[in-house]
Design a protein around this ligand. Structure first.
Ligand code: IPD
Ligand code: CA
Ligand code: CA
Length: 264
């Protein structure tokens, strides 16, 4: 590992803050949008922010590898791997719907050790470090105490670029809707996970996610005392699994038994 003047935590904070400044500059104005595939949109800001984050990280940790949504995976593997979603909630961002974030998870020697999620509009910096807990703007956060589905506020997502996941999840949505207090569909999986970590949501699930959507949020929820699993309720692998269930420890089994997906 390269010796560096800045800790990984400080680099995460710096990269997130810089990303937030770029994102905020174009919030409220027309964005240049292009298509990555059917129902899959990207703005010039997604690419600009991602490049900026990677450049900042490389300044302090030149010997790093990356999995980043817009530029892909770097060929060389090194001990530190940064998993980056520059703007999670691009559709919200395009529409100036104020719910999106930057998400960065960090694996060291294959272990998910750090996670940062930053909401630039609310200036909320969610941070987790393995074994040290989860924090919102430096204050310790915990998952909620709600212990039954009936009182739970849940959230989900539908990835419309992958119809089979979205369609399958409509069944889950329908099943859960009348079993819980209510369900949100906020449009930023990473920020949804941060909200589970700090107890604003009691649970979140989605089918068809990628590592850049989940890396930071998975660590946040775990370090806040919550539970994460794949659609079979087993250990969630950020690089292999696509279907994720996250909640406080009380409602996990109940939530999981209502989420069906053949694909893990
Ligand atoms: C998407 C958001 C959305 C979720 C999709 C993701 P993006 O990420 O997290 O909430 O439903 O599955 O792909 O494209 O905005 O980075
Ligand atoms: Ca995303
Ligand atoms: Ca994104």
């Amino acid at each position: 590992m390269a010796s560096s003047v800045l800790s990984i935590k400080k680099v995460l904070k710096l990269a997130c803050n810089e990303a937030g400044e770029i994102i905020k500059k174009s919030f409220g104005s027309i964005k240049k949008i292009s298509s990555k595939g059917k129902n899959d949109w990207v703005t010039t800001q997604d690419k600009k922010v991602e490049k900026h984050i990677i450049d900042t990280i490389k300044k302090y940790y030149p010997d790093s590898s990356f999995i980043a949504e817009e530029s892909g995976a770097s060929p060389k593997s090194s001990r530190i791997q940064w998993i980056i979603d520059p703007i999670d909630g691009t559709n919200n961002f395009i529409h100036d719907y104020p719910f999106f974030c930057t998400s960065i998870g960090v694996q060291v020697d294959g272990e998910l050790n750090y996670g940062a999620i930053y909401d630039p509009l609310r200036k909320e910096f969610f941070y987790a470090e393995k074994g040290l807990g989860a924090f919102l703007n430096n204050k310790r956060i915990k998952t909620s105490q709600v212990d039954n589905l009936e009182e739970a506020l849940l959230c989900t997502g539908f990835i419309t670029s992958k119809k089979h996941y979205a369609k399958k999840n409509i069944d889950n949505f329908q099943k859960l809707l009348f079993k819980c207090r209510s369900i949100r569909r906020d449009g930023s999986a990473a920020l949804d996970l941060a909200y589970v970590a700090c107890g604003r949501l009691d649970g979140f699930w989605e089918l068809g996610l990628n590592s850049w959507d989940t890396a930071a949020g998975v660590l946040l929820v775990k370090e806040a005392g919550g539970v994460i699993g794949n659609s079979k309720g087993k250990t969630f692998d950020i690089l292999k699994n696509k279907s994720l269930i996250a909640s406080n420890k009380h409602i996990f089994n109940d939530l999981m038994s209502n989420v069906q997906s053949k694909i893990l």
